[in-house]
Design a protein around this ligand. Sequence first.
Ligand SMILES: Nc1ncnc2c1ncn2[C@@H]1O[C@H](COP(=O)(O)OP(=O)(O)O)[C@@H](O)[C@H]1O
Ligand SMILES: [Mg+2]
Length: 312
Amino acid sequence: MAKFQPTPGMRLQIGASIYEFVPHPLLPRDMGEVYVIEGGEAIIYQIYDRAVDEYIALKLMKFAYRGESIARATAQLQNYVQIPGLALCQRVCLTRASHPQVIALYPELEYAILMPWISGRSWAGFMQDRVASERYQPANAITLAMATAQVMWELEAHHVVHTDIAGSNIVFSPDYRRVELLDLENIFIPQLPARQRQSQGTPGYQHRHLPSEGQRHRAGDRFAGAILLAEMLAWADPAIRAQTSPDAESLFQPQELQDVNAPRFQAVRHAIWNICTSVLPLFDQAWTSKDLMSCPEMGTWALTLIEASVRR
Ligand SMILES: Nc1ncnc2c1ncn2[C@@H]1O[C@H](COP(=O)(O)OP(=O)(O)O)[C@@H](O)[C@H]1O
Ligand SMILES: [Mg+2]
């Protein structure tokens, strides 16, 4: 049994495939660091399958988050792979039953997930890149918000709830027209047996009055979705960017959310008014809502944004 400490070029055989760890793209090569991203619940490695020339993501769950439910969720997710925005439903979960050899070698890989590597950047990463953000125009904002709202509308139409909509859990293409959701292990599908764990979502996106099951609720994406769409629209306003701390991963601080007197709320309203007036009532409705169900449906956001983009 070995400790799992990958180095660039290290090979890992999983089933019939051999993957290679790749050097970190931003760090000097002589540091010997592999391409890895640390999330709240997991560590994500980029690995390379030379035989088919493909990059793959290996998501290693942190110890507290490993469990049989990951394998069960993986099996369910296969049914949703065709839904736009849910390409990462195509995945494999490593278990003792399915991949005994690699887990015998590296026990930390139990319940790790293999999935396609999505190139593109996360919304949270984009907000932190002020050079790229300077080029972000109102037309880009409407295109990205529309693509995002359409994906969330699709989820809603299929009775699928992501449960952790946040800037770090969405990536988009350079032309702002395609988005993919990440972090799908906690997806909630009402007709399937519930998992024990509730989902509180990510700070900066949480409704003040979440029910006991948190965002594992049929309207669980509505508030976080409204905040994410407001971020995408308002970010095209240079004044909003100037008022945001350079390392912020979300537009709002948790304590500002739903405070109608927060100066930030007024500033974001002003930005949205200028960029896409017709969605302002939807943002206001979510902000002043008493619970998740009173937030606008994602279909309403999508239709309003589609109309706005046609009118431009
Ligand atoms: N399949 C993927 N392709 C590319 N990047 C990914 C992929 N999965 C995760 N990431 C990157 O890793 C980060 C954390 O992944 P995530 O699945 O959200 O982990 P956590 O459950 O810890 O939040 C994401 O914000 C993204 O930058
Ligand atoms: Mg995440």
